[in-house]
Design a protein around this ligand. Sequence first.
Ligand code: HEM
Length: 405
Amino acid sequence: MTRIEPVQIESPGFKSNPHPFYARLREGSPVARVKLLNGRPAWVVARYADVAGLLKDGRFAKDRANAVTGDQLAKLPRPPKAFAPLMRNMLDRDDPDHARLRRLVQKGFTSQRVETLAERTQVLSDQLIDRATARGGFDLINDFALPLPVTVISEMLGVPEPDRARFARWSKTIITNTMTPLSLLVSMPHMLAFLRYLRWLIEEKRRRPADDLTTALVEAEESGDALDADELLAMVAILLSAGHETTTNLIGNGMLALLQHPDQFERLGAQPELIEPAIEELLRFGSPVEMSTFRYAREDLEIAGQPIARGDMVLALIASANRDETQFPQAERLDLGREPNRHLTFGLGGHFCVGAPLARMEGRIAVNTLVRRLPTLRLLRPDAPLRWRRGLVLRGLETLPVIIS
Ligand code: HEM
């Protein structure tokens, strides 16, 4: 019998410091079995080389229907019917559908395209800081790290201003959903409201086309077989939710790391040109995406000598790979000048993050502006326990109260 690790990897308690557990796995059980909150078992993979291998491994499917037998599929719990359209997003699909969907949006997120948004991101960062500092102390998450990416992705997708605050709420419910019956019950009204809103937004763009990404996707749907109505809905949903919570965590976890390492904070203040390697290091060290989404074995196979059966669910522990000493000397040390820094925070292979250039640009402007404008920024209560969000894939703070000393 394979031993089940006695940890609850979705809980805020685990999220508060997962690294000792990861270090133990890398040392002795690099492929371990855990039980998720909904009772289902999953494999977790801890070492850098195995994580990188898994993310590129064609023997795994993202859509479980492509991995399991018809009999197995019939026995698996299904998400509520109302959520079914959301499962048609590219992250839960395999080629050729995955490639078809990805092609539709990829050019909206190239480095050149994203650089045209840098000026606007700078203006928004300054406005948020002006507003927050007028009150003295502020919450770095809810007053800055959350509204910045929400505004940028909402503007890209053409979401009207008064509607944006609701996304943070809906998206949080969706991301923290642990798929237990209780969690599904609690999140159901929010999910339904989110779906209703997305349908309204899509119809609105049909009626009044605008210069935004949602309109471009609506036109692609209307022009033929590029994507169907559910795929369109799922695309807007994944861009909206993947487009902000992750970047919120990059800014939040990144600033926490800097505030807990004042020497590195000062180093960046003195050398703002260090920002590119600094963001890569904050991506590695803070790992805003803690682990990959699920992959399903298409056949019986082995990872690092551990047999995995066809249909089993596997998660790549990105945050653990990012602290693997075999890849990163002194991995526990925050070093803003670290080079090379081949972290796996944006994944690898076919599902490598489409939004990486956007996230990097937003992170660069947000962190540099905070450090430049608020050189005396401090944690309000350095010894108080931090509040981490519940959930599987992401790792981020609920709040981060700060003061300007
Ligand atoms: C710091 C911020 C971000 C991080 C750390 C991050 C991380 C990731 C990771 C690890 C994956 C792959 C997951 C897997 O293979 O299981 C992924 C995929 C994806 N990300 Fe991001 N992401 C970030 C920001 C964004 C932004 C700003 C957007 C877009 C608006 C975005 C859109 C996507 C999409 C659409 C996918 C699916 C790609 C595919 O299936 O081909 N992400 N992201």
